[in-house]
Design a protein around this ligand. Structure first.
Ligand code: ADP
Ligand code: MG
Length: 728
């Protein structure tokens, strides 16, 4: 029973661990530095660098916000200053940091070393800063290029700060870059996101201009709420499924899980708090504005949310945040699980994308102000977003499709796979009145009376909370809640930006026409708001998104219900649906096809790894435990027979165990055969997997859970849910 000992060692290791203490930096008087004194210490932003002349900064800003190419002399100033800064902090290398379609980030390191006239020197040239050339053939390309033209380029993104990556024995200067093919195709997440920002800004400034408000640029903003689990490292490595797939492929639920709702916002244990403090410290040094941290609903589940920023920076920050989360967790002997569904039967993890639009001057276009009823710009903007959701909900659904997210969307914990909008009472009341041509009344309930005079005033939140909606208006922003915890947010944000830009272009057209025909801007905006709301009213849903009635109701309304990744991804190659992305030059048809192929391939591969791992674990862990127990039971039964004693208990257990295991064995055989018979073609494989093999593997998982419940605790070799969720 060697494996049982492994579990026991893991248990005593986890329980015996203490917290990790770090030394926080102090000032001359020994007082801990304030966050603002070390915030961004590990980042380099030319806009803030003291050693870069103001006129250079201004010229670079023009390059970053217009079509103007980057002159080498300017890049050289940045390269030299950035290198000196990095070296003074102990860096020896630099790398182009980018987001290929693997779902994570990639980096190729070069040292600053150069040889000049036979002498060793440090150097970072303008060329090295501006452009890199990683071998593109090693990254997923969805079959879009043959290997002989596998050249790819990385290109410096001026708008995202560089940062220092710290290793045990040195530091590396990371330069955020986009990754583009020899032929100019976007091979990454960032390029389309940047293009979507341009499209959105163009459309939104046109809209603003049409109503007489001039601004140079409009940007989209995003604040992410990132959920994750922590399990002790010892358990992690004793569960092959966690190591190979990031989630437990089976497990019997512990008797206490989240029924008591006592974990949410609960006390944070000392060891976990120690981790969170170090994490925040590291993030702050990296210029990631971590703000909120708390326990989540499920035991062992937590959330971290930085303050929002421009979507491109927010997308880079989220990648870096996820990497830092994992890196710091290990130092505390935790493993951070970012998978959307690490444990069956309790809540999974998502990532809420709080999204808004603002002018460069910081004017939030989704801000209702004190009189939303007559804030026509606000009403037009919100109605345009709702119309965008109505028109392009299918594409937004596709953008958040993944194997992991399939376990959440539609389960009773996460927004459903039907994309709808929740507006909150105030906005819904206003929109309904506008649609019906009725007078809009203002509600004057702004303060709440809670009958406890000791308390400070509470203002009544006019957005209310409907946690079951995948897309909700929350005060002065919309919140896309259906994104998975592990995904890169760049893809859904590009699609959302593109969808809204599409409607804002039409909005500007309509308003320009109305004004040309003699209407006032307010009248024109009222008309457009009415048009969008009337048109898209079916996508608005305020009820319980988890209910079965909503599924039926949504079907009646003609809304898409794309349940699985296999159902959702074909949106990317739907000629009609992709048109808005092509029109605005956010994606080419080829690039969408690439994403479709890469994502289908990733889905299939992940699932196949899951199936193989599941089968192995049944054969190598579950069945051996069954045999041990059967042997023990058989011994008892035999002995009882010998002494002439009859008991139905042992034979009852024996029969039940035998029956369950035989069923299990049979289903595993079916799964095995199913894998062998998979077709060649990617999309077909995805269909078979999601429709046949997934249900089969879930049956296997349930049977494993049943076996786990029969086997005595000390004969079960794998860490159980109880261990992983409660022992730390
Ligand atoms: P919760 O949804 O948990 O109540 P909040 O709504 O206060 O939390 O904030 C969640 C995230 O929304 C944070 O990252 C915050 O910075 C971000 N946020 C707040 N205002 C905006 C905005 N105007 N645009 C985009 N994100 C925003
Ligand atoms: Mg929120």
């Amino acid at each position: 029973m060697a494996q049982t000992t492994d579990r026991n060692i893991a248990r005593s290791t986890a329980v015996g661990r203490s917290y990790r203490k770090i030394e926080r930096p102090l000032d001359n008087q020994g007082v801990p530095l304030r966050i603002s004194q070390y915030y961004g210490d590990s980042t380099f932003d030319y806009r803030k660098a003291k050693n870069i002349p103001e006129n250079v900064k201004k010229e670079l800003d023009v390059v970053a916000t217009t079509n103007k190419p980057l002159p080498k002399e300017l890049a050289d100033v940045v390269a030299k200053t950035a290198m000196e800064w990095a070296i003074s902090r102990g860096a020896t290398h630099f790398c182009h940091w980018f987001q290929p379609l693997t779902g994570s980030t990639a980096e190729k390191h070069d040292s600053f070393l150069d040889i000049k006239n036979g002498e060793a020197i440090e150097n970072l040239s303008a060329g090295q800063l501006m452009q890199g050339e990683p071998d593109a053939s090693s990254f997923p390309n969805g079959g879009s290029r043959s290997t002989f033209e596998a050249r790819g380029y990385t290109s410096w993104d001026l708008t995202s700060p560089m940062f220092l990556l710290e290793g045990v024995n040195g530091k590396t200067l990371c330069i955020p870059t986009a990754f583009i093919s020899y032929t100019g195709q976007a091979l990454d997440i960032k390029t389309p996101l940047l293009r979507s920002e341009v499209a959105l800004s163009t459309a939104a400034t046109r809209f603003l201009k049409s109503i007489g408000q001039e601004t140079a640029r409009v940007q989209s903003n995003c604040g992410t709420e990132q959920e994750y689990f922590l399990v002790d490292e010892a358990f992690f490595y004793a569960r092959p499924d966690l190591v190979m797939t990031g989630r437990t492929l089976f497990g019997s639920l512990s008797s206490k899980n989240q029924q008591l709702d006592d974990h949410y916002f609960g006390d944070i244990s000392e060891r976990v708090m120690g981790f969170m403090q170090e994490l925040d410290y590291e993030l702050h040094r990296l210029g990631i504005p971590a703000k909120t941290r708390h326990n989540e609903v499920a035991p062992g589940q937590y959330e971290i949310a930085p303050i929002f920023s421009n979507t491109n920076v927010s997308a880079d920050n989220n990648q870096l945040l996820m990497a830092t989360l994992k890196r710091i967790a290990i130092k505390h002997h935790f493993v951070a699980l970012l998978h959307e569904k690490p444990f069956a039967g309790i809540n999974g993890s998502g990532k809420h994308l709080n999204w808004s639009l603002s002018t460069v001057e910081g004017d939030n276009l989704l801000n209702p102000g004190s009189n939303p009823e007559t804030n026509y710009r606000f009403l037009t903007m919100c109605s345009a977003v709702v119309e965008a959701l109505f028109r392009h909900g299918g594409m937004i659904r596709a953008a958040i499709a993944s194997a992991g997210n399939d376990h959440r969307l539609g389960a009773n914990e996460a927004p459903p796979s039907i994309i709808s909008a929740y507006l909150g009472d105030t906005l819904h009341r206003i929109f309904t009145a506008i649609k019906d041509g009725k007078a809009v009344t203002s509600s004057n309930e702004t303060a709440m009376d809670v009958m406890a005079h000791q308390l400070a005033n509470l203002s009544k939140d006019n957005t209310d909370r409907n946690r079951t909606s995948p897309f909700a208006f929350t005060g002065n922003k919309f919140e896309l809640r259906a994104c998975g915890s592990e995904m890169s947010i760049g893809l859904p944000l590009s699609i959302l930006n593109g969808a809204v830009a599409d409607v804002l272009n039409d909005t500007a057209d309509l308003i320009e026409k109305a004004i040309a025909s003699g209407k006032s801007a307010d009248e024109a905006m009222k008309e457009v708001t009415k048009k969008w709301i009337t048109n898209s009213y079916d996508v608005i849903f305020n009820g319980d998104g988890y209910s079965d009635e909503w599924v039926k109701e949504a079907e009646k309304r003609g809304l898409l219900n794309l349940k699985t990744t296999a159902d959702a991804l074909p949106m990317f190659i739907d000629e009609k649906r992709m048109q808005f992305l092509l029109n605005q030059k956010i994606f080419t048809k080829d690039e969408l096809e690439t994403r479709f192929n890469v994502l289908i391939e990733r889905y299939n591969t992940l699932r196949e790894i899951e199936f193989e791992t599941l089968i192995q674990m049944v054969n190598q862990h579950v069945i051996p435990s069954v045999l041990d127990y059967k042997l023990q039971l058989g011994q008892v039964i035999k002995t009882q027979k010998e002494i002439g004693f009859e008991s139905s208990v042992e034979s009852g257990i024996y029969k039940k165990l035998n029956y369950t295991t035989e069923t299990l064995f049979n289903r595993v055989e079916n799964l095995n055969n199913g894998i062998k018979e998979l077709p060649e073609d990617g999309p077909k494989v995805a269909k078979v997997i999601s429709e046949t093999l997934m249900p089969l593997s879930e049956e296997v998982a349930t049977l494993c859970g049943e076996v786990e419940e029969i086997i005595p605790d000390d004969m079960w070799g794998l860490p159980k849910y109880y261990d992983m969720l409660f022992l730390r």
